[in-house]
Design a protein around this ligand. Structure first.
Ligand SMILES: Cc1ncc(C[n+]2csc(CCOP(=O)(O)OP(=O)(O)O)c2C)c(N)n1
Ligand SMILES: [Mg+2]
Length: 412
């Protein structure tokens, strides 16, 4: 049932408004393949396509059974600026969700990714729209980067009809083209991701699947089963562990006998990447994509990252770690500040120009919040409940309810 509803929702094309993501040259070919992704023309910053060589610090990568990616990365002004805008919007989106939750306009589960923005943004800049992405419940940044609008994400969180899952999924269940959720069961997306990679291989597509999971999920049996199948069949599967140091309130060291998650594939080579540096994420993911595209089979990535907030909205996040630790990560390793410093030191933009980007991002997210809030909820009618269950045309005649009055006839 889930499979069918996913494919139905993934047919929806989302357009990206002003300041939208994926405008870089690196993703231009992807954008061409996906007309739904609009290139932004709202450039108020330096836009000449000037290329820069960024030398990543030595600690950016650690390897297991492979040679590291090049530490020299070629990126244009445009690409770097777009990464900055994307991370800023993802953070603003999450901050808006935080405020709406506290105002009781969002209910239920809600897991934010503030601090982890470089992972979703760096990955998207390194792949194409033909590739697939699947992750856990901490999914808002990924669905945005795959092409969903901020309004459709916040609308979903507030249970609106304009929500990306028509207001019926909520925080953990968002889908768009090339993005398979938003999965609430810890680790369950990992074998599904291997299956998506199998589909790419079976159809002869030049595409890979990025299957994300957490440090907490990494100890599940099904992760190792997926590793085995992916290696046996040499699937184009990029297993990507987002090691944010905690699974709920349990630190990685308390849950994992080996915290080198990039070595967990045993017979699958691995790469650990500084997940607080968007350029390192970009370079490591590009490397992984080339690895799988050249027929070498799966690879295991570990993005070392950090969430500033609690596990979910119901966790203050300060009982199992110190405030000093969080403060230290914020001030020393913040992904947005890190890229900002690079943009300033490379003379790509000035402090004022970046302030303007921040202001525009805030105004854009505020506008999307207002529109999402003003949008109506789904109609209170049974037919709404039975939408998105089957791909249109493949419905069974009658879907049984608990009592005869609840039975739903698709043939009516
Ligand atoms: C099978 C299963 N067991 C337990 C849970 C409850 N649970 C939700 S999130 C979580 C921790 C997962 O941590 P991690 O994989 O590190 O991801 P993070 O939240 O840090 O992104 C747990 C145990 C669940 N949702 N599913
Ligand atoms: Mg974790």
């Amino acid at each position: 049932m889930l499979r069918v509803s996913v494919s139905r929702l993934s047919l929806k094309q989302q357009t990206k408004p002003l300041l939208g993501s994926v405008a870089s040259a690196a993703t231009a070919k992807a954008a061409a393949a996906n007309t739904a992704v609009k290139l932004t023309s709202a450039r108020s910053l330096a836009t000449t396509a000037q290329s820069h060589t960024i030398t990543l610090p030595e600690h950016s990568f650690e390897t297991y059974k492979l040679d590291p990616p090049a530490s020299e990365v070629q990126l244009t002004n445009e690409e770097l600026l777009q990464m900055y805008k994307d991370m800023t919007i993802v953070r603003r989106l999450e901050m808006a969700a935080d405020a709406l939750y506290k105002a009781k306009k969002i209910r239920g589960f809600c897991h934010l990714s503030i601090g982890q923005e470089a992972v979703a943004v760096g990955i998207e800049h390194a792949i194409t729209k033909l590739d697939s992405v699947i992750t856990s419940y901490r999914c808002h940044g990924f669905v945005y980067m795959r092409g969903a609008s901020v309004k459709s994400i916040l609308g979903e969180l507030m249970g609106r009809r304009i929500g990306i899952s028509h207001g019926k999924g909520g925080s953990m269940h968002m889908f768009t083209k090339g993005f398979y959720g938003g999965n609430g069961i810890v680790g369950a997306q990992v074998p599904v991701g291997a299956g998506l990679a199998f589909a790419h291989k079976y159809r002869g597509e030049d595409a890979a699947t990025i299957t994300l999971y957490g440090d907490g999920a990494s100890n599940q049996g099904q992760v190792f089963e997926a590793f085995n199948m992916a290696k046996l069949w040499n699937l184009p599967c990029i297993f990507a562990c987002e090691n944010n140091k905690y699974g709920m309130g349990t630190s990685a060291a308390r849950s994992s006998a080996l915290t080198d998650y990039y070595k967990r594939g045993q017979y699958i080579p691995g790469l650990k990447i500084n997940g607080m540096d968007v350029v390192a994420v970009y370079q490591g993911t590009k490397f992984a994509k080339e690895w799988t595209s050249s027929g070498k089979g799966p690879i295991v990535l570990e993005f070392e990252t950090y969430r500033y907030g609690g596990h979910s909205m119901s966790d203050p996040g300060t009982t199992y770690r110190t405030r000093a630790e969080i403060q230290h990560m914020r001030s020393d390793s913040d992904p947005i500040s890190g890229l900002k410093n690079r943009l300033l030191s490379l003379n790509i933009s000035t402090e004022e120009e970046l302030k303007k980007v921040d202001k525009e991002a805030r105004a854009y997210v505020d506008k999307e919040v207002a529109e999402a809030e003003a949008a109506p909820p789904p109609e209170a009618e049974p037919k709404i409940l039975f939408e998105d269950v089957y791909v249109p045309g493949t419905e069974i005649p009658v879907l049984r309810g608990r009592i005869p009055q609840e039975n739903w006839s698709f043939t009516k």
